[in-house]
Design a protein around this ligand. Sequence first.
Ligand code: KIV
Ligand code: NA
Length: 283
Amino acid sequence: KKAVTLRTLRAKYEKQQPICMATAYDYPSAVHVDQADIDIILVGDSVSMVVHGHDTTLPITLDDMLMHCKAVARGAARAFLVGDLPFGSYELSTTEAVRSAIRMLKEGGMDAVKLEGGSPARVEAARAIVEAGVAVMGHVGLTPQSVSVLGGFRPQAQVASEAVRVINQAKALQASGCFAIVLECIPAPIAAAVTKALRIPTIGIGAGPQCSGQVLVYHDLLGMMSHPHHAKVTPKFCKRYAEVGTIIQQALVQYRQEVADGLFPGQQYSPYSIQQQEVDLLV
Ligand code: KIV
Ligand code: NA
């Protein structure tokens, strides 16, 4: 049985203990995030950018996401698992939204799904998915799947007057039955106002310290590379807790050098040996 469920997340929220979420995309990253006691693993469609090397999250398909979800589910024993519904898998009809969400649970092994946006159509999709028996996490503010209409990855709600729009979207998602809402790239005071207006947790990314929880992208927080999530660099709001990319690069260069210099494998890493003379006698 899972250690982290909607009930334990709810209990944390009620005790005002910050909820921690991180992304993971495969077996090893899931094992690492799980063993760090992080509450929620998000199999984010950010995989499109940080793993597949695309400039946006748009190209990743539902089948691609399902493959990543399955790998993460094999590596995570205790965390609550949320799978991102990718662009194109929930916009066409509520029927298709429900079908995609069910696949994330039945095939992907997820505990819940996440979808982007707070428009009436997105809220309706969220409601239909919850009614079908799948828990939904909302996502407002910067919604990277809308890059085509937004005209780029830009911070959202940069004027106080937009606070009302964001709060209304979040409230509509809450009313549809969402159990939590991601707030991405909005000013801290607006995120604080949304958090105060809701009775479900907000999970912030680039949204200041007053959300009910925080989320970061695995590759960003580990300093895997200066890769494109929102831009061609680590986003301004992301703290790099390590420089793993530097360690990987150093190890690979050292390996290449040792092979070139004939230093690897050497005696120590040649465990399968018999007397050379015995071989010489036969061949
Ligand atoms: O795909 C992702 O990683 C996300 C988080 C940034 C919330 O949606
Ligand atoms: Na996402």
